[in-house]
Ligand binder design. Structure first.
Ligand code: AQP
Length: 351
């Protein structure tokens, strides 16, 4: 049966890209799917090992989930490091995946920079842990921003190779489920996960540079809208956002070759819950001096209540910890079953 899994790293302030590209989608999917949402704290160690505020950042992401409307009673919300299966399955996947696959990942190349030999092994193996996160729950659908597409393809490659390498044992242990792999109908253990990357804001760009994605690690705070920004800050950042001198086009095709205008219209559309074409029908032809205040007002209207609710939830860290602990127990039950199966399939001695 379909199951949604997705995660967010506790590596700094959440921004509008994380919200529109991921969290908002999580909220929508709750109505139709069983969902597991994870604060992936083990992933955060790949970028920087020693972090004093990992605990508070972890609570902040959990608070953002709940404040945005995720229901931790109906669905599962927890932090990754509580469930040992993530690291265990990642190890198995490290032995399934090939070094060449990891070396090709654009995120690794970007984050490792020029001194690749000196990047952590964890940073290289990041996609293997991500595949484990999803497949530990045999997740079938993963809502993410566009930047994660390549990692999800790799998760499919890992699942396919595992299913293929162990097809005989999966068959003999009767642990397979019928699935389509390429041209063939096979009995596999892990599903081939589908990315859910849809809508007008799958890649929110920097407010200062329409060719760079909005990101937590951009040194300029003016490049992003943080979920913790107040109304005045949001309005100021939008007012200062880079644009070209032309008014908004009359149709959506007119956004081609205008990355900054395209980005702001995409943000407007996503906040309003409409398509870019509908947003242009509404705002087309206006000057940025008119459009920007309308966008700022909309952003404050949508984000304001989330920010306020996040603050309220952050006021009771013990309650957040209880939610994460309960979620962890529920996640661990599913994960435990998968790990027992996987150990049998791989041929490890277990009870
Ligand atoms: N700019 C973005 N537009 C749309 N979606 C985005 N996501 C991230 N940036 C954008 C999505 O947010 C989810 C959480 O991602 P993550 O925890 O892996 O964080 P990240 O991608 O490391 O976030 P940043 O801000 O981009 O951090 P740095 O600066 O470290 O690279 C994912 O679903 C992601 O697609």
């Amino acid at each position: 049966s379909p199951r949604v899994f997705s995660g967010i790293q506790p590596t700094g302030n959440l921004h509008l890209g994380n919200y529109l590209g991921a969290i908002r989608k999580f909220v929508e999917l709750q109505a139709s799917h069983d969902c597991i949402f994870c604060v992936v704290d083990l992933h955060a160690l790949t970028a920087q090992l020693v972090q004093d505020d990992l605990v508070s950042q972890t609570r902040q992401i959990a608070a953002a989930f709940i404040a945005s409307g995720i229901d931790p009673e109906k669905h599962i919300v927890f932090n990754q490091s509580r469930v040992p299966g993530h690291a265990e399955l990642a190890w198995i996947f490290n032995c399934v995946a090939r070094i060449g696959w990891m070396n090709r990942m654009t995120q690794f190349k970007d984050k490792a920079g020029r001194d690749r030999e000196n990047a952590s092994l964890g940073l290289l193996a990041y996609p293997s842990l991500m595949a484990a996160d999803i497949l530990l729950y045999r997740g079938t659908h993963v809502p993410v921003g566009d930047d994660q597409k390549q990692h999800l393809e790799l998760a499919r490659d890992i699942a396919a190779k595992f299913n293929n390498d162990f097809s005989g044992r999966i068959e003999a242990l009767e642990l397979g489920v019928p699935m389509r792999m390429g041209e063939e109908d096979v009995n596999g253990y892990f599903p081939l996960t589908e990315p859910l990357i849809e809508g007008p804001a799958t890649r929110v760009m920097s407010l200062k540079d329409g060719s760079k994605k909005m990101s937590k690690s951009d040194p300029s705070d003016l490049s992003r809208i943080n979920l913790t920004d107040d109304a005045d800050t949001i309005a100021r950042k939008i007012r200062k956002a880079k644009t070209d001198p032309l008014p908004l086009p009359g149709d959506v095709e007119g956004l081609a070759g205008r990355p900054e205008a395209d980005n702001l219209v995409g943000i407007y559309a996503a906040l309003k819950g409409v398509t870019k074409a509908e947003a242009i029908r509404d705002q087309g032809g206006r000057q940025f001096s008119e459009f920007k205040p309308a966008l700022a007002e909309l952003a404050v209207e949508v984000l304001g209540p989330v920010t306020a609710e996040m603050r309220r939830i952050m006021g009771d860290p013990a309650e957040i910890d209880r939610v994460l602990a309960r979620g962890g127990e529920r996640a661990n039950e599913i994960a435990g079953t998968t790990m027992r199966d996987v150990k049998r399939i791989v041929g490890l001695l277990d009870d």
